[in-house]
Design a protein around this ligand. Structure first.
Ligand SMILES: [Fe+2]
Length: 271
């Protein structure tokens, strides 16, 4: 069973669920068979937990706020880490609390198991930006990246993606994209117009392979964490389509999605 297409929800509309260990999670997308899933997790202040032993699925995390000690390493704002399946992440504790986005890989995924993948800890704040130009078709977004992890055997890429404000093409139409791999995104800052509406901070999507998506433009600029199912994005371009500026919210969600997840979201007033 594959993970379902969800594009997109504002995670402010998703309810926290209390866990027995005192954490709270928002499960955003999952494959119940293989255990691949993505969730937000909030560790309360004073959290302290012993090592749980070997991971049954690789865990990849990115700290959104607060600070947490994992395996003896203090992880703060925008710290990134990866623990392969079959290794232990160690005990974790948080004095002041922390919120993380977590990506769990599948139990049978051959590329995220110990011996094939290595444990990693990256302080994204100090990682270099890759400012090389991207595909000419999306040059208007003026994209810059920080690559956090490249999965072995061309299996995945996890990266931060930044687009400058005023990211609009000169023409009124542009092609949409198709990839032969998945894409997944959580919006950290900014905004982006899509055919599904205006993505704002806290937005999330998981897009399986072969889904036509875009075009995308960003008046205000954006900063997001993304995953893709390949080391480098492979794109087929469609015929030109109208730009989605002003598009009403029109999410694509799997059957059974709670109706509240797609209610209108009102961003806080900026001033
Ligand atoms: Fe794409």
């Amino acid at each position: 069973m594959a993970r379902p297409h969800i594009e997109f929800v504002q995670t402010q509309n998703v309810e926290w669920h209390d866990q027995p260990d005192g954490t709270r999670i928002k499960l955003l997308n999952c494959d119940p068979q293989d255990g691949e899933e993505t969730y937000l997790i909030r560790y309360p202040a004073g959290f302290d937990r012993a090592d749980l032993g070997l991971e049954d699925r690789a865990e990849e995390y990115f700290v959104l706020d607060g600070a947490i000690t994992i395996g003896g390493l203090e992880r703060g704002y925008h710290a990134y880490g990866f623990t392969p399946r079959g290794e232990s992440a160690g005990p974790r504790a948080s004095a002041a609390g922390a919120t993380l986005i977590v990506f769990r890989y599948g139990r049978s995924d051959p590329n995220s198991v110990t011996g094939v993948s290595e444990a990693m800890a990256v302080d994204a704040l100090n990682a270099p930006w890759d400012m090389r130009a991207s595909d000419a078709q999306i040059a208007h977004l003026r994209l810059t990246r920080k690559v956090l992890r490249l999965g072995p055997n061309d299996s995945s890429r996890t990266f931060l993606l930044l687009g400058l404000p005023h990211g609009m093409p000169a023409q009124a139409e542009m092609p949409a994209e198709i990839h032969d791999h998945f894409e997944e995104m959580f919006m950290l800052q900014g905004e982006m117009w899509t055919p599904e509406g205006l993505i704002r901070p806290g937005a999330y999507f998981y897009r399986p392979p072969e889904i036509v998506h875009g075009p995308h433009v960003s008046v205000g600029g954006f900063f997001q964490i993304m995953r893709a199912g390949a080391n480098y994005v492979r794109t087929t371009w469609t015929d030109p389509m109208p730009l989605p500026i002003g598009q009403a919210y029109a999410p694509k969600v799997p059957q059974g999605t709670p109706p509240g997840w797609t209610r209108a979201y009102e961003a806080p007033a900026p001033y």
